[in-house]
Design a protein around this ligand. Structure first.
Ligand SMILES: Cc1cc2nc3c(=O)[nH]c(=O)nc-3n(C[C@H](O)[C@H](O)[C@H](O)COP(=O)(O)O)c2cc1C
Length: 309
């Protein structure tokens, strides 16, 4: 089977993508920044940086550092707010939709009220967006910094509040904790798809200064260092729910993406690799098509969850 004959389209909970390749929130700006490297419209979708109802400054520098096979960040969800994003990138993002690349706008919050405010702004100001992704891996300030989506109960509470206000596909971006239970809780409250994994909490110390290498004691680890953990969690989620899974975590090649699909991911998202290899996502599109042809399938969907354990 030639790769031109393989259907690569996937349906991520109502977000209809021409191929399964997406980019991870916070690692791809608002897409426009990457147009100088490749034609961003080659991708099935992009996901924006998480935006809140009002702009957030985020954490002080240093906010990022390298660690073996990955990086750590404590960006703290710095963002221009939904209106700021629309002012700077709205025309570009609407045009990207016209170019057949789906735009998923991510909502950020520190409390149920802040998520509701963020999705209401997205509904009002982003009519072009194909989907809304809610990042529930944020700390809940009112609850001592525990993750908003750190338990099935707290995840269910925020999805329940937001669901009736989002009139297009709602994706929930999960923290890498209690995956099957939280996945089921989000599905039960009406999520259309799940995105995972977010970064895994880590710590890196400069042994000369004896200080954390970030402005906070700990930060989120991402990149190839977390890939095998991410594949396992995607597999767990895909086996726990019926809604589709958007798999990410250390995807840096088409082989990594293919692993995610075999583990049960309907779409695959490139994150940290965008920083050091800005054409990575574009090459993953080509690599996946060639792999599907080599596997002898007529449709990439035949390979979703096709791992033989
Ligand atoms: C600098 C940076 C900023 C990020 N910002 C966000 C964000 O705003 N919202 C979110 O859900 N995830 C954010 N993430 C997490 C990524 O979207 C992704 O889930 C994670 O990095 C795992 O994928 P990767 O190993 O391919 O990077 C960020 C990651 C990095 C490295």
């Amino acid at each position: 089977m030639g790769e031109k004959n393989v259907s690569m389209a996937v349906d991520l909970g109502g977000v209809r993508m021409k191929n399964p390749v997406n980019t991870a929130s916070g690692t791809f700006g608002f897409g426009k920044q990457f147009e100088g490297f490749f034609d961003v419209a080659r991708l099935g979708a992009i996901t924006t940086k998480g935006c809140s109802a009002v702009p957030w400054a985020g954490n002080p520098a240093p906010r990022m550092c390298e660690v073996p096979s990955g990086m750590m960040n404590t960006v703290g969800l710095a963002n221009p707010g939904v209106a700021g994003m629309v002012e700077q990138f709205g025309d570009y993002l609407a045009g990207l939709e016209d170019r057949d690349c789906r735009v998923i706008v991510q909502a950020a919050g520190h409390s149920v009220e802040e998520y509701v405010a963020a999705v209401e702004k997205i509904e009002e100001l982003c009519p072009w967006a194909s989907g809304v992704e809610m990042n529930i891996s944020c700390p809940n300030i009112a609850r001592g910094g525990a993750l908003v989506g750190g338990t099935p109960e707290s995840a269910a509470e925020v999805v329940r509040a937001v669901r009736p206000r989002v009139h297009r596909p709602l994706l929930v971006k999960m923290a890498p904790v209690r995956v099957p239970e939280i996945a089921r809780a989000c599905e039960a409250e009406g999520a259309d798809a799940l995105s995972l994994i977010n970064t895994i909490n880590g710590m890196s110390i400069d042994v000369r200064t004896r200080r954390s290498r970030l402005s906070k004691p700990t930060g989120g680890v991402s990149g190839p260092a977390i890939h095998a953990i991410a594949v396992r969690m995607v597999w767990e989620a895909a086996n726990a729910v019926k809604i589709p899974v958007n798999g990410m975590g250390g995807v840096a090649s088409w082989q990594d993406a293919a692993e995610m699909i075999l583990a049960g991911a309907t779409s695959v998202t490139v994150g940290t690799a965008n920083f050091y290899d800005p054409t990575c996502a574009s090459r993953v599109v080509d690599g996946l098509a060639a792999w599907a042809a080599e596997q002898g399938v007529a449709d990439i969907n035949e390979l979703i969850g096709a791992v033989e354990c």
